[in-house]
Design a protein around this ligand. Structure first.
Ligand code: BJW
Ligand code: ZN
Length: 240
């Protein structure tokens, strides 16, 4: 149930931020980060694979996990939640989309410039010198070597214990401080510092609206729209 006051606030707002997590891509068929894994990877916890320590210990295994995920990601399409966000953005010229997702579904839905706080599974970089490396076929079983320093290729995503890309982080923080409304969609709100973004906005006076079928730590600061993003967001959009 969407409160009429929220519809009014969205109609009047100029600066709206969309802050998304893995739940926004769930209805496209991508497992959320904390969902159980399937097939070959059922016995591994993503939290234990997405670390620099795991890559240092067994680079081929971590590389193969990302190659598998790239194949899964390459096969999915945006869902009504991604399309609704892109449609909101087209109506609200000062809106900003900040995503923790490493997929490209916002881009495929037509969002012009999502800010990726945790990188992209489709980009590569050298694990030693950090230089950008080209995409490679998703069935290549071993990580290529860097032409500059001979280091190993890794996905250009942010692992636990690593810093976020500074330009993206600063842009997202500045936008949070200015936002009138933040819609936090499909995130467990447990991974920091990204989860600070809606909190910063709230402290600066923004209304935080959460779209999630489950309870999260944002429940206490947000107006909660309980349900799948692919249902709630098109409904909200249709009322504007
Ligand atoms: C639906 C739905 C539907 C389902 N519709 N919704 C403060 C306190 C405690 C710990 C820390 C802290 N500060 C830092 C830390 C440590 C750590 C951290 O946060 N740990 C916590 C888990 C305890 N953070 C870090 O290590 C960060 N780095 C750092 O702090 O560095 C310090 C440093 C500074 C300077 C120099 C050097 C170092 C980095 C964090 C990077 C996170 N990376 C990952 C992996 C990316 C690559 C990959 O995918 O493999 O990013 S982890 C993973 O979590 C991924 C996600 O982007 C991120 C957030 O997850 P998300 O999106 O919320 O997904 P889920 O699965 O958690 O939740 C899905 C939600 O959707 C659920 O709520 C469902 O209910 C919902 N849902 N269906 C709507 N249809
Ligand atoms: Zn290198």
């Amino acid at each position: 149930m969407v409160p009429a006051a929220l519809v009014e606030a969205l109609r009047a707002a100029k600066r709206v931020m969309f802050f998304t997590g893995a739940g926004v891509s769930a209805e496209s068929g991508l497992p959320t980060f904390r969902d159980a894994q399937t097939g070959l990877w059922a016995n591994y916890k993503p939290q234990d694979l997405a670390t620099p320590e795991a890559f240092a210990r067994d680079p081929e295994m971590v590389w193969r996990w990302y190659q598998w995920r790239r194949r899964v990601h390459a096969d999915v399409a945006p869902n009504p939640a991604h399309h609704a966000i892109a449609a909101f953005e087209a109506r609200l010229p000062e809106s900003v989309l900040v995503t923790q997702n490493v997929d490209r579904l916002h881009e495929l839905a037509g969002s012009p410039a999502p800010i990726h706080l945790h990188g992209s599974v489709f980009r590569n970089k050298c694990a030693s010198c950090g230089v950008a490396m080209p995409e490679v076929p998703h069935d290549l079983e071993t990580p290529p070597r860097c032409e500059v320093c001979g280091g190993l290729c890794r996905p250009d995503v942010v692992w636990f214990g690593e810093g976020l890309p500074q330009d993206e982080w600063k842009t997202a923080l500045a936008a949070a401080e200015r936002a009138e409304i933040v819609l936090s969609i499909g995130t467990s709100a447990t991974v920091h510092p990204a989860a600070r973004i809606p909190l910063v906005a709230r402290e600066a006076g923004a209304l935080v609206v959460q779209v999630n079928p489950e309870v999260t730590p944002f429940d206490r600061i947000a107006l909660n729209l309980r349900g799948p993003a692919g249902v709630v967001l098109p409904d909200l959009l249709s009322r504007l």
